[in-house]
Design a protein around this ligand. Structure first.
Ligand code: HEC
Ligand code: HEC
Ligand code: HEC
Ligand code: HEC
Ligand code: HEC
Ligand code: HEC
Ligand code: HEC
Ligand code: HEC
Ligand code: HEC
Ligand code: HEC
Length: 296
């Protein structure tokens, strides 16, 4: 082959290559030269599984690289509105069941999005890529809750026995079937549509032949402070009968007959201290299979 033909052949090939539109994606290898920190730690990240590597979140990077690193030629989270950042992550994570309610969660409505809680490049917990260990993360925005977990009686969240996410889904939760239409408070559901509490306190779930409507309708929170309390058993009131009398007080307009919740019968002598500790007799206060008055 003469050198002339060879040369023109090469030229033709070059022209053909030039005419083909360049793939806007360039691959994660190209980022390494300038973003050493992000690249070096990336192999530990769950997102190494994502097909396009860096560019699966930051978008096609060829133009950014060709320009020597212009910020407006790449998806820079520091320049995104919180909603745009949310959409970016949901492009892949929108299908996951645990985040079905993300769009109308109290967090999203308050502009708290993925990148407020998760850190892709500087995660404090390798698992779930949290920006801080879970309780510190939640406390950083909910300091009032921290004091509740320092009460004399509490779920041991600070000690690591129980976690916020055992009872809450920070990604949003469906409307509960209990709580009488109060705000759902991002409560995690157990067994599809029950209170998170019963995943650990299974004996309180029943089903009971004789239910105490307070549990089913209002929820555990009608008698217990879920975070912490000054009272034993996390009760909302220091003395048991004051708790019971919040509902069993003869007020009209509620209950089976629409005549109010049944009040204790005349045999109850409220002046007698013995009667003030209701649960010494009504021992099955969470529901019973043997007695409609929860006596056994
Ligand atoms: C030639 C060096 C170079 C290469 C290669 C490069 N970048 Fe950059 N990149 C930069 C520079 C410089 C900036 C800072 C620009 C500024 O602040 O105006 C930057 C900014 C960024 C930002 C914005 C950070 C912020 O402020 O939020 C992201 C995201 C980014 N690069 C991702 C990538 C990705 C992904 C790749 C690989 C596809 C890549 N870069 C390749 C130089 C580079
Ligand atoms: C899962 C999505 C995702 C992937 C994959 C990803 N990033 Fe990022 N990147 C982010 C987010 C979100 C931020 C904003 C800071 C934060 O929240 O950690 C960010 C920030 C950055 C920044 C700004 C500096 C900083 O650390 O805040 C650079 C540069 C960057 N990424 C480069 C890269 C490179 C290089 C890769 C591949 C090795 C990569 N990113 C892969 C989501 C991602
Ligand atoms: C291109 C698709 C894609 C995008 C975009 C994406 N992710 Fe992911 N993400 C994945 C894949 C794939 C995994 C790994 C899933 C697995 O291991 O089952 C993952 C895992 C995760 C995990 C779980 C890690 C673990 O250890 O459990 C978190 C947290 C996460 N992503 C957060 C984010 C955030 C925040 C963003 C937005 C900044 C984002 N992702 C954007 C695909 C994506
Ligand atoms: C208010 C804080 C918060 C926000 C906002 C948040 N997360 Fe999470 N996320 C968490 C916590 C805490 C966990 C760990 C839950 C656990 O331990 O069960 C988690 C777990 C995850 C996981 C792994 C377990 C699972 O549920 O699949 C993924 C993936 C994830 N988040 C993605 C996202 C994405 C995507 C967004 C935005 C659309 C987001 N998160 C917004 C706090 C948050
Ligand atoms: C044992 C289950 C449980 C645990 C663990 C738990 N919560 Fe709650 N939380 C609840 C319930 C139930 C409610 C609803 C209380 C009500 O409104 O009656 C609630 C309400 C809230 C509220 C809204 C009301 C308020 O007091 O401001 C916030 C915020 C909150 N929790 C944050 C947290 C944080 C942060 C953690 C972890 C440090 C946590 N929770 C751990 C069960 C729990
Ligand atoms: C970046 C700040 C921030 C972080 C981190 C954060 N939250 Fe929130 N959270 C908010 C804001 C803002 C609201 C909405 C206003 C309010 O109700 O206080 C909220 C609301 C809530 C509510 C009440 C929802 C309602 O219906 O009133 C619960 C429960 C809650 N967060 C739990 C958590 C848990 C659990 C974590 C940790 C996984 C967490 N939050 C992390 C800012 C944050
Ligand atoms: C992740 C498991 C878990 C979940 C979910 C949970 N708890 Fe607990 N609960 C515990 C553990 C463990 C203890 C023992 C407390 C200790 O000594 O640390 C406890 C203790 C209690 C106590 C005090 C018992 C005593 O003998 O003093 C009450 C009351 C209680 N929980 C109610 C609830 C309510 C109401 C909910 C739902 C809002 C709930 N729990 C959700 C694990 C859980
Ligand atoms: C009608 C009020 C009321 C409701 C509603 C209620 N409890 Fe209780 N609970 C009590 C009382 C009162 C005690 C203390 C019993 C005693 O002193 O013997 C108690 C004790 C407990 C204890 C510690 C002792 C034990 O029996 O294990 C746990 C755990 C508990 N409750 C969990 C729950 C859970 C979970 C729910 C929701 C499914 C719930 N409670 C709903 C009144 C209630
Ligand atoms: C949140 C409100 C509420 C609280 C607090 C409450 N109850 Fe009830 N209780 C009810 C309702 C509602 C019923 C069912 C009424 C009906 O079926 O018509 C009921 C039923 C009962 C019954 C059965 C009555 C019958 O004839 O069937 C007894 C016994 C009882 N409660 C005892 C107690 C005791 C003891 C306490 C305190 C530890 C207590 N209750 C706290 C709402 C409450
Ligand atoms: C000494 C044991 C004892 C104590 C303490 C006790 N009860 Fe009872 N309670 C009973 C017995 C037995 C019955 C069923 C027979 C009856 O009605 O006298 C009953 C019945 C009830 C009924 C159903 C009445 C009806 O008409 O169906 C309610 C409601 C009730 N108690 C609430 C309470 C409350 C609230 C307290 C605490 C202030 C309490 N009890 C303390 C033994 C007790």
């Amino acid at each position: 082959m003469s050198p002339v033909i060879r040369l023109s052949g090469l030229l033709l090939l070059a022209c053909l290559l030039e005419a083909q539109p360049k793939d806007p994606y360039i691959g994660s290898q190209a980022c390494r030269a300038c973003h050493v920190a992000q690249t070096q730690s990336f192999f530990r990240n769950a997102h190494t599984k994502a097909e396009r590597g860096c560019e699966s979140c930051h978008g096609p990077g060829r133009a950014h690289v060709s320009a020597g690193g212009k910020k407006d030629l790449i998806v820079a989270f520091s320049a995104l509105s919180s909603r745009k950042a949310l959409d970016n992550c949901l492009a892949c994570h929108g299908k996951d069941w645990s985040r079905n309610n993300i769009r109308h969660s109290a967090h999203t409505q308050a502009d708290v999005v993925c990148s407020n809680c998760h850190s892709v490049h500087q995660a404090a917990t390798p698992k779930h890529l949290l920006a801080k260990p879970q309780k510190d993360l939640c406390y950083s925005c909910h300091p009032n809750v921290q004091s509740q977990f320092s009460m004399p009686f509490k779920h041991r969240v600070n000690e690591g026995t129980v976690q916020c996410a055992d009872c809450h889904n920070p990604h949003g939760a469906p409307a509960p079937t209990w709580r009488m239409g109060q705000r759902p408070r991002l409560q995690q559901h157990a067994q599809a549509n029950e209170q998170s509490c019963v995943q650990c306190h299974a004996d309180k779930r029943g089903p009971f032949l004789f239910e105490h409507a307070a549990l089913r309708v209002d929820g555990c929170g009608s008698c217990h402070a879920p975070h912490g309390s000054a009272n034993p058993r996390l009760l909302n009131r220091p003395v048991v009968f004051t708790l019971c009398l919040e509902c069993h007080n003869g007020a009209p307009g509620f209950g089976r007959e629409g005549q109010g919740i049944p009040t204790q019968s005349a045999s109850h002598n409220m002046a007698d201290p013995r009667y003030q500790n209701c649960t010494t007799c009504h021992v099955k206060i969470h529901g019973s299979n043997a007695d409609a008055r929860f006596l056994r």
